[in-house]
Every structure is written in structure tokens, then in C-alpha cells.
Design a protein around this ligand. Structure first.
Ligand code: GRF
Length: 196
């Protein structure tokens, strides 16, 4: 059974799909979420963890020195002896020490078809607004290995959704979120199957 740490900044619907798949789905008897960490003490994702009796830790990013934040994050991850780190709507950069020690074991979900519509400032709703503004015919979601940059790192899984001329950014966001919840657990399973 592989141990997962999940990092969240907001509502945690991707976290919930991972938890659900570990209980009754494709990750059952394969992986368990052992810790959920957030940079935002008000993140509903922490509540979802508590509801599933999973250790939930808030690190108050806004009121901490960056080096203390990174050190606490590193120690929590090390102490939890996790095999994989999943960035599920986590909006902060991962400390370099974690990136180097967990190379090819940090997975990030991005609500677009990378490499398009990725990078600094391209997160959440900004992505879908840019997709609609660019009159794209399709969008989708990407799970990739996270590295020291935003939204680079090799792609593990992608899935497309159509974008219609009449779509608002909200319409696209809703359609992409359904796909996110499907491909993140699949990507975790794929990586675990390839872990030495
Ligand atoms: C998702 O589209 C995710 O890709 C983005 O924020 C949205 C909400 O994620 N970063 P969640 O509900 O917090 O998992």
C-alpha cells in the first residue's frame, strides 16, 4: 500500500476524488492518503481530510517566514514517509529540497492541455478565461510530474474536452473539473505501477 501526501489550497474536490478512489475505486488496496497539507488555513480541503479521518495540517503561508514554511513542509512530508506527493489545486511553489528528494514522485494537476495555458499566474479561473478568449475549440486537464518550475515537467496523463463558441469560462471550468477528477486517480495508479 503506497502512502500519499496531498497538498491543497482551496476546495479540495480533486482531493475528494482521490480519497474516494482509495476507499472504493481504482486505488483501493493500492494507495492511502496519510496526510493533507494546506498553505491556506481556511481551505475546505482540510475539512474533507478531517471528514475522512486523515491527518490535516494548515501551514499559514501568509503569516510565516518562507524558510520556516518550507522547513515545516519538508519535515511533515519526511515524517509521513510518503511515496508520492499529489498537488491537488495547490497554488504555491514546492520547496527545492522536496523537488530534488522526491524527483518523479510529485504529481500536479493543471486544468488545461499543457504546455498551452500553463505557467506563472495561470491557475484556476484565469486558465479558463484565457482558453475562451483565445477561442480554443478544445481544452482539458493534465497531470504531470512537478519540477522546480510552474507547470513544466513530463506529462503523465491528459484528457480533452470540447469548448463551444457559446461557452463562458465557468462552463469550461465545470467541464474540465469532471475530467480532472477522473484522470488524477488514474495518473496516481499509473505512477505507482511504474514505481520500482
Ligand atoms: C481545479 O480546476 C484545479 O485544477 C485548480 O483549482 C480547481 C479547484 O480544485 N487548481 P479543487 O476543487 O481545490 O481540487
Amino acid at each position: 500500500m503506497k502512502k500519499l501526501a496531498v497538498l491543497v489550497s482551496g476546495g479540495g474536490s480533486n482531493l475528494q476524488s482521490i480519497i474516494d478512489e482509495t476507499k472504493n475505486g481504482i486505488l483501493k488496496d493500492i494507495a492511502e492518503v496519510v496526510i493533507v497539507i494546506s498553505n491556506n488555513p481556511l481551505a475546505y480541503g482540510l475539512k474533507r481530510a478531517e471528514n475522512s479521518n486523515i491527518k490535516a495540517v494548515a501551514l499559514d503561508y501568509k503569516n510565516m517566514e518562507r524558510k520556516d514554511y518550507d522547513a515545516k513542509m519538508y519535515n511533515l512530508i519526511r515524517e509521513s514517509e510518503v511515496d508520492l506527493i499529489c498537488l491537488a489545486g495547490y497554488l504555491k511553489k514546492i520547496p527545492e529540497k522536496i523537488v530534488s528528494e522526491y524527483k518523479s514522485r510529485i504529481l500536479n494537476i493543471h486544468p488545461a492541455l499543457l504546455p498551452k495555458f500553463g505557467g506563472k499566474g495561470m491557475y484556476g479561473h484565469f486558465v479558463h478565461e484565457a482558453v475562451v478568449k483565445a477561442k480554443e475549440k478544445k481544452s482539458g486537464a493534465t497531470v504531470h510530474f512537478a519540477d522546480e518550475n510552474y507547470d513544466t515537467g513530463s506529462i503523465i496523463i491528459q484528457k480533452e474536452v470540447p469548448v463551444y463558441e457559446t461557452d463562458s469560462a465557468d462552463d469550461v471550468a465545470k467541464r474540465v473539473l469532471v475530467v480532472e477528477h477522473e484522470i488524477f486517480p488514474k495518473a496516481i495508479k499509473k505512477v505507482i505501477e511504474n514505481l520500482k
